[in-house]
Design a protein around this ligand. Structure first.
Ligand code: PMT
Length: 396
């Protein structure tokens, strides 16, 4: 469940920082991508070299790199993360977090983080029991920060009591629990999702269609519904069952899908256009089965209406997300669609990438908006859907 998750590991100046290397290694081997932020004092307890090696990323300590002036953006870091875990968290850092002090990169990142935040306190037993520390921890709890309780035992001071940072394995379990909590962050919101392939009839037995199974769109509908959104799924041909709690409208042709979407879009807070919609449809549909002859056959096709472009032209403050299935010049074509159809962001998948696109249970996508482009690794379509919904939340 940690596969593909983005975790910031914050390390503060405590002797328990030696456990952070093991913690980082466990997170990375479970499939998470970990970026480490350290306070200046934390470097006295564990070296940046150790943490860079186990996390496979350079360590972030300062607001900028004094060698070349490169800025370490705490805002970007905060947006990137699915979870911000501070382990160990000293009494000093928790006090600063509780009052909004932002005098180092670890703390500014806390104030910028839009994701869940967890702290694993580590300190001497009297510091931990002190009313000021307890008050600060209560403030953090009320602010929604998850506290991973310390254990009891031998402390660095030689005393015995509560204050030892939880063991790395326990912290990983807590992280999994936090990430699997169903966030009802979209309660009260309504989304339209299109999925599957459209069918353009030629005669009563033949049609033009494509390879879409509906899996990607259904995963997006499920992820939105799990976060509490009302979801209307306008579905082309697929053999999938509607996800729990999702209203499904079955359509066949691009024209029917256009009609169903245009009728409902105004009542929504946004739409995700995942369906593979036919761009052309036969000009005439034969009422009887076309008989073969010795001659070749020509079928005249006309353009269908572009559903996404229609919604894009009337979107107002709604969030509109598109998909681009490409086979060449992927990035350029996707950026062109982003602008042309007035999407807030577009999800690019390419048929040239193994594990991406039609039918399978996985996808490899790049999320592109007007400012930036984020390539995601191979993930299940359900995990990709979570990333898409996370980004939608940022746009709302
Ligand atoms: O269903 P799966 O088997 O899981 O496969 C998933 C998928 C590959 C179908 C999906 O990930 C995907 O890429 N969907 C969009 C495929 C596509 O047709 O892209 P496009 O580049 O032709 O269209 C661009 C965007 O405009 C899409 O958001 C599309 O839904 C929309 N569109 C296109 C044509 C049209 N007439 N109306 C539209 O709304």
């Amino acid at each position: 469940m940690l596969k593909g998750k983005h975790i910031i590991l914050g390390i503060t100046g405590s002797i328990a920082a030696y456990k952070s290397a093991v913690l980082c290694r466990l997170l990375v081997s479970a499939g998470a991508e970990v970026k480490v932020v350290m306070t200046p004092l934390a470097k006295q307890f564990i070296t940046p070299l150790t943490m860079a090696t186990v996390s496979q990323h350079p360590i972030l300590v300062d607001f900028f790199n004094p060698e070349n002036g490169e800025w370490n953006s705490h805002v970007k870091l905060g947006e990137w993360a699915d979870l911000y875990l501070i382990a160990p968290a000293t009494a000093n850092t928790m006090a600063k977090m509780a009052t909004g002090v932002a005098d180092n990169l670890l703390l500014t990142t806390y104030l910028s983080a839009r994701c869940p935040v967890a702290v694993a306190p580590a300190m001497d037993l009297d510091m931990y029991a002190h009313i000021a520390t307890q008050r600060n921890m209560e403030t953090l709890r009320q602010d929604g920060v998850h506290i991973i309780e310390p254990g009891s035992g031998f402390l660095a001071s030689g005393l015995v009591g509560k204050g030892r940072m939880a063991e790395p394995e326990q912290i990983v379990d807590a992280v999994k629990g936090i990430l699997s909590e169903k966030k009802k962050s979209l309660e009260g919101k309504h989304f339209l999702v299109t999925a599957g392939a459209t069918i353009e009839p030629i005669d009563p037995v033949r049609f033009i269609s494509n390879h879409s199974s509906g899996k990607m769109g259904y995963a997006v509908a499920e992820a939105l519904a799990e976060r509490g959104a009302k979801v209307t799924l306008v579905s082309g041909r697929t053999s999938l069952a509607a996800p729990e709690g999702v209203e499904r409208i079955d359509v066949l042709s691009a024209e029917e899908m256009w009609q169903a979407c245009v009728e409902r879009f105004e009542q929504t807070d946004g739409a995700v256009m995942c369906a593979a919609v036919a761009d052309y449809t036969p000009v005439e549909v034969a009422t009887e089965k076309l008989k073969k002859s010795d001659d070749d056959m020509k079928i005249e096709l006309r353009r269908t209406k572009d559903i996404a472009a229609t919604l894009g032209a009337q979107k107002g403050g709604r969030v509109l997300v598109g998909f681009a299935m490409e086979t060449q010049n992927e990035q350029l074509n996707a950026e062109d669609k982003l602008k042309r159809k007035n999407f807030d962001f577009i999800v690019l998948n390419s048929l040239r990438t193994e594990g991406a696109g039609f039918r399978g249970d996985t996808n490899v996508v790049t999320l592109i908006d007007a400012q930036c482009s984020e390539e995601l690794p191979l993930m299940s379509k359900r995990e990709v859907a979570e990333k898409i919904v996370d980004k939608i939340e940022n746009f709302l």
